[in-house]
Design a binder for this molecule. Structure first.
Ligand code: NAI
Length: 259
């Protein structure tokens, strides 16, 4: 029999760029990669948040550097991605995580504005990040892209159409890029988080969170950002070399529960 292959599970020394890394799932993801020895580019529109996450990671013994990066700004994307690749001398992994709520009932006065902003910031931005990162990812022997969508890309909550459409687009983008980049060995996968305790869901009172989670999720609770970060991480190790175009709910069983 052929000996069992030993695949590489380490991201040590590999450079990872996380967008929206000042808070929530992005912050947890940046920490996890740093714990595992990666060189972490902490990026976010929130500069104070970036500085504080970089400090936390350094205090924990990890390697991180921070950049202000507004994913709505195409010129800034191009400049900052180039700076990150130059700073670390490489870029192996891109985690497209930055996001914001796009809740807007159909009759709202500012519906069009929220629609445009949601598509630009949640969907177009991911495509632009990928295109800016590609020349650098192509030099890696284990290039990985993870796009963060949402269970709102698999179904829809009333009044949430701009967000749901943008997140559904992220799923399509993931599949299309996985097909385009597969021949080069670059994997592109997508995570659909369910209800997770982050700044994005902070305004929902705890009592409502509990009622919703008990009624709708199999695991009967909200998730923690770290629980999403670990799945993102697992898709980015060199050994995760035969999974691409996958759409993975990390939702406590929200989407599989009928009653
Ligand atoms: P969060 O609010 O804790 O973190 C989002 C981060 O993105 C913040 O640090 C924010 O400053 C940053 N950001 C916002 N606009 C930006 C821009 N234009 N450029 C760069 N950074 C920007 O929220 P969370 O929950 O950690 O969100 C992460 C991702 O997960 C988002 O894409 C969100 O849509 C998605 N998500 C969240 C769920 C939840 O229940 N919390 C459920 C499903 C998806």
């Amino acid at each position: 029999m052929e000996p069992v292959k030993k695949l590489d599970r380490s991201v040590k020394g590999r450079a990872v760029l996380v967008t929206g890394a000042a808070s929530g799932m992005g912050r947890a993801t940046a920490h996890l990669f740093a714990q595992e020895g990666a060189l972490v580019a902490v990026t976010d529109i929130n500069e104070a948040g970036v500085a504080s996450v970089v400090k936390e990671i350094a205090a924990a013994g990890g390697t991180a550097h921070g950049w202000r990066l507004d994913v709505l700004d195409h010129a800034e994307i191009k400049r900052v991605v180039a700076e990150i690749a130059a700073h670390f001398g490489r870029l192996d992994i891109l985690v497209n995580n930055a996001g914001f709520g796009g809740f807007s009932p159909l009759g709202a006065d500012d519906y069009d504005r929220i629609w445009d902003r949601s598509l630009a910031g949640l969907l177009t931005a991911q495509q632009r990040m990928v295109r800016a990162a590609l020349p650098h990812l192509r030099k890696s022997d284990a290039a990985r892209i993870v796009n963060i969508a949402s269970t709102e890309g698999l179904g829809a909550t009333p009044g949430d159409s701009p967000y749901a459409v943008a997140k559904t687009g992220v799923i399509g983008l993931t599949r299309a890029l996985a097909v385009d980049l597969g021949p080069e060995g670059i994997t592109v996968n997508c995570i659909c988080p369910g209800p997770i305790r982050t700044a994005l869901t902070d305004a929902i009172p705890d009592e409502h969170k509990t009622i919703f989670a008990k009624r709708r999720t199999a695991l009967k609770r909200y998730g923690f950002p770290e629980e999403v970060a670990h799945i993102t991480f697992s898709l980015c190790i060199p050994a995760a070399s035969y999974i691409t175009g996958a759409i993975i709910p990390v939702d406590g069983g929200l989407m599989i529960r009928n009653a």
